[in-house]
Design a binder for this molecule. Structure first.
Ligand code: ATP
Ligand code: MG
Ligand code: MG
Ligand code: MG
Length: 576
């Protein structure tokens, strides 16, 4: 590629709304261009990186036995009604109508469509296992699109879906994907950690996230350096403010009036808020004596997960992770707490309590919480307004660095991460809802055991930059760099020697399969170097009259402090 034919548009300044370094650098390097909130043009330079990311993913998915197809971006609502997600998913699900007033959605993932394909196409156990994947545009109307394409509304995801005859086989498919994900992230050249996505049920739950380690990550990962224990609890949305408890309490205390709410009210409110994609909230309850003094404090973490099942509820007592519970639905909560249908929240509070909300993702008004007995709920609880940004280390779960690891194998450390991939064992959740069956060996219909596996293709770019940059710009890992090498001739228009040497090297590298760019724009050296340092191309070869006189060109790796004068004949070998 020659720069004069390509499109390069670098900026001196990043736009003011770019909060994190990856967003700033991607904008400055001309990789993306904003069209609307969370909606970006992928410009030629950025698209090259996206294509490389996609091709590594595709390569490893195929190697792992997955088959590529392509499912539509716009999907009929009927399928989503079959699983209930059309109603249950909150405003993150983009709903549109066609000219006949029929409902459609713009896919945030494709479980429904792929399950529909499976129930029609996979008829016999002999066709299993099968894993379908696509790399496709997704749309999620994120509450707070930010960080450029790291949390966009329109973005590209690779999503794969496995179909198996039984749980054992599904477990194998999960393992195959887990291993493929490791290869993918290794090939990207990123530092990452695979963490249990559910800290409440340690070990028992088959869901892992792949987290790229970065200070700006929205998630907090707790892990044990001396064992395999690693977990994420999406703390960005469920942690205490950095202020000491007392201060937060002062600021946020509401004293709701005990209400006459019934179980049905709670259930109704719950589904209402699930529609609003409330993900998590933290409650602290203080038991007061007659004099209004706090006699006992309990902190509760209540997570309403919106990822894959808008009905999935986690309730965890927030004293370490040992007492965390996980429930698939309201009925399971009731079973556990022995209460009647529809109860949620702190258990057994029959005395007056103060309800303190330390942080929640959404502004929540008129929430109902409280006891697991009728008429002991508190209504009109409000929280989530104007809360300070969380301090992930001083988090409300009281997990601090140095706490014992839940597996007893050492102590915990905490770091931040960016969720770039997520693998999930789904069981028969979707196949059951959509009656997707195949005929087993005995000729009887059986439900597919499923798994789903996502990678945020476009988010990878942001995550890679968060991890690899310096004051001059991006430092792309070689595997996903827009170009592997750039040739910078100085005075190409004046010097026939420089021109000839540059074109010869360019041809040689191209012939060797190196993704090389020849900067023939005629820019001044300073401006030219600044561009390529900003864009983050791993190798640069500078060709000048002075060097050629000595028989050398200058080769410099993006991370290297100085260039290495290299004999012209050896330059290509050094860059390759
Ligand atoms: P998050 O917790 O960051 O909102 P998620 O858990 O909702 O992500 P999944 O449903 O697990 O996301 O989707 C699979 C992958 O898609 C994620 O691991 C992430 O890499 C990517 N992804 C999700 N939401 C976005 C987004 N808004 N912009 C870019 N990539 C995204
Ligand atoms: Mg999300
Ligand atoms: Mg997540
Ligand atoms: Mg996820």
């Amino acid at each position: 590629m020659k720069a004069s034919q390509f499109f390069i548009a670098t900026l001196k300044e990043a736009p003011a709304d770019a909060e994190v370094v990856s967003h700033q650098l991607m904008m400055r390097a001309g990789m993306i261009k904003r069209l609307g909130a969370g909606i970006y043009n992928y410009m030629p330079m950025g698209l090259r990186v996206i294509r490389k990311v996609e091709s590594i993913i595709r390569d490893e998915m195929v190697r792992a036995g997955a088959v590529e197809l392509l499912m539509p971006v716009v999907q009929p609502a009927e399928l989503w009604q079959e699983t209930g997600r059309f109603d249950k998913m909150g405003p993150e699900l983009m709903r549109v109508k066609d000219r006949h007033d029929r409902d459609f959605i713009i896919q945030p993932t494709s479980e429904e469509v792929v399950t529909d394909i499976a129930r029609q196409e996979l008829r016999s156990y002999k066709q299993l296992p099968k894993n379908f994947f696509h790399i496709q545009t997704k749309f999620r109307d994120e509450r707070r699109p930010r960080f450029g394409i790291m949390r966009g509304r329109e973005f590209t995801m690779k999503d794969a879906y496995s179909f198996d005859r039984d749980a054992t086989a599904a477990g194998k498919s999960y393992e195959v994907m887990f291993a493929a994900y490791k290869r993918i992230f290794d090939r990207f050249g990123l530092t990452y950690r695979a963490v249990a996505a559910d800290t409440g049920a340690i070990g028992g739950d088959l869901s892992h996230e792949f987290q790229v380690i970065a200070k700006t990550g929205e998630d907090a990962i707790i892990y044990c350096p001396t064992s395999d224990y690693a977990a994420n609890i999406e703390l960005a949305e469920a942690v205490a403010p950095a202020t000491p408890r007392g201060a937060a309490t002062q600021a946020l205390t509401k004293t709701p009036t005990p209400g006459k709410s019934t179980c049905a009210d709670v259930a109704a409110l719950l589904s209402l808020d699930l529609k609003q994609t409330v993900k998590s909230l933290v409650l602290a309850t203080d038991e007061l004596n007659e004099a209004g003094e706090v006699v006992k404090s309990t902190v509760w973490l209540l997570l309403l997960r919106g990822d894959h099942d808008m009905n999935e509820v986690k309730v965890g007592k927030v004293e370490g992770l040992k007492n965390g519970f996980r429930f698939a639905n309201l009925a399971e909560i009731d079973e556990h707490f022995g209460s009647k249908p529809g109860y949620l929240g702190p258990v057994g509070l029959k005395k007056p309590v103060k309800v303190i909300a330390d942080r929640s993702v959404a502004v929540m008004a008129d929430w109902v919480c409280g006891a697991n007995e009728p008429d002991f709920h508190y209504t009109g609880v409000n929280w989530g307004r104007d809360l300070p940004e969380p301090d992930l280390v001083a988090d409300i779960r009281n997990v601090v660095e140095g706490d014992p690891s839940p597996d007893g194998q050492g102590v915990l450390a905490i770091e931040r991460g960016i969720e770039v991939g997520h693998v999930f064992y789904l069981g028969t959740k979707y196949s059951k809802a959509m009656n997707a069956t195949f005929l087993d060996e005995t000729g009887k219909p059986a439900l597919f055991e499923m798994g789903c596996y996502g990678i945020g293709v476009t988010r990878i770019l942001g995550a890679a930059i968060e991890q690899n940059h310096d004051e001059r710009g991006i430092i792309w890992p070689a595997a996903i760099a827009p170009f592997q090498a750039v040739i910078c001739p100085i005075g190409m228009d004046r010097s026939a020697e420089v021109k000839a040497a540059a074109e010869a090297l360019y041809a040689e590298l191209q012939a060797a399969g190196v993704d090389v760019l020849l900067d023939d724009r005629g820019e001044r050296p300073g401006a030219m170097f600044a561009d390529w340092e900003l864009i983050g191309v791993p190798q640069r070869v500078v060709i000048s009259d002075r060097g050629l006189k000595a028989g050398t060109v200058e080769v410099q790796g993006r991370r290297e402090a100085a260039a290495t004068p290299t004999p012209v004949a050896e330059a290509a070998a050094l860059v390759k």
